[in-house]
Design a protein around this ligand. Structure first.
Ligand SMILES: NC(=O)c1ncn([C@@H]2O[C@H](COP(=O)(O)O)[C@@H](O)[C@H]2O)c1NC=O
Length: 190
C-alpha cells in the first residue's frame, strides 16, 4: 500500500517517514538544530514547493515533526507559549492542505514530557488529537489518526521502524524524543 508521508506519535517519541513515488531522490540531514528533508545532489531540478522543508524542530520543551513548512509556525507558536493543541490548530488552519494535484494533507505531531499530539489538515477536515498510545496519520489512504503498532520508544529505533514499515516507496525517516537534558534525534537514509 502507498500512503505517502506519515507521522507516528507515541507518548515517548514522534517519528516521520517520507515515502515518495515522484521525488525519491531525497534525504534527511541536520541543519542548525533542525532535521531537514531535501533533494540529494543527483536529484532532478524541480519547482515543486512542497518537497524540501524542516521535518523536525524543537523548542525548550516540545518537539515537532511534520511533512512540510507548517513545522516552522507550529514550533514558533510553541516557543511563544501556545499549548500544543492550539499551536497545531493555528498553524494547520492557516496553511491548510497543500495546493498540489492531490490536495495533499499536512500531517504533524508533537511530543514533550507533558504529553503528545497528532494532527492533520485535509481538504475536508482539521483533526488534532491527544495521543495516549502509538498513533499514525498519513497523507493518503490512512489519513485519519489511528492506532499503530510501534515498538520503539527511542528515536533511533523509531526512525528505523518507520523506514522498514510495510508501506511502499520508502525514502527516509526521522524521529525525536525528550531526554533528560533536551531532545535526542535520529534519522535513516538508505
Ligand atoms: N512532504 C513531502 O515530502 C512531499 N513529497 C511530495 N509531496 C507532494 O505530494 C505530491 C505527490 O507526491 P508523491 O507522488 O511522491 O506521493 C507531490 O507532487 C508534492 O506536491 C509532499 N508534500 C506533502 O507530503
Amino acid at each position: 500500500m502507498y500512503v505517502g508521508r506519515f507521522v507516528v506519535v507515541s507518548p515517548e517519541v514522534a517519528a516521520y517517514r517520507v515515502s515518495s513515488r515522484s521525488f525519491p531522490n531525497r534525504h534527511v540531514y541536520e541543519r542548525d538544530g533542525a532535521l531537514v528533508v531535501g533533494p540529494t545532489e543527483d536529484a532532478p531540478e524541480t519547482d515543486n514547493p512542497y518537497i524540501a522543508y524542516n521535518c523536525v524542530r524543537t523548542t525548550d520543551d516540545t518537539a515537532v515533526v511534520g511533512n512540510g513548512s507548517h513545522v516552522d509556525p507550529i514550533t514558533e507558536k510553541l516557543a511563544l507559549g501556545y499549548p500544543a493543541r492550539d499551536a497545531l490548530v493555528t498553524a494547520l488552519h492557516a496553511l491548510d492542505f497543500e495546493k498540489d494535484d492531490y490536495d495533499t494533507p499536512r500531517v504533524a505531531g508533537t511530543v514533550s514530557p507533558e504529553g503528545a499530539y497528532i494532527a492533520t489538515v485535509r481538504r475536508d477536515a482539521l483533526h488534532v488529537q491527544a495521543v495516549t498510545e502509538p498513533t499514525l496519520v498519513a497523507t493518503y489512504e490512512r489519513d485519519t489518526p489511528a492506532g499503530y503498532d510501534l515498538d520503539a520508544t527511542d528515536p533511533a529505533g523509531a526512525a528505523r521502524e518507520l523506514y522498514d514499515a510495510d508501506f511502499e516507496h520508502a525514502v527516509c525517516a526521522a524521529a525525536v524524543a525528550p531526554v533528560d537534558d533536551g531532545f535526542e534525534t535520529a534519522y535513516v537514509n538508505e
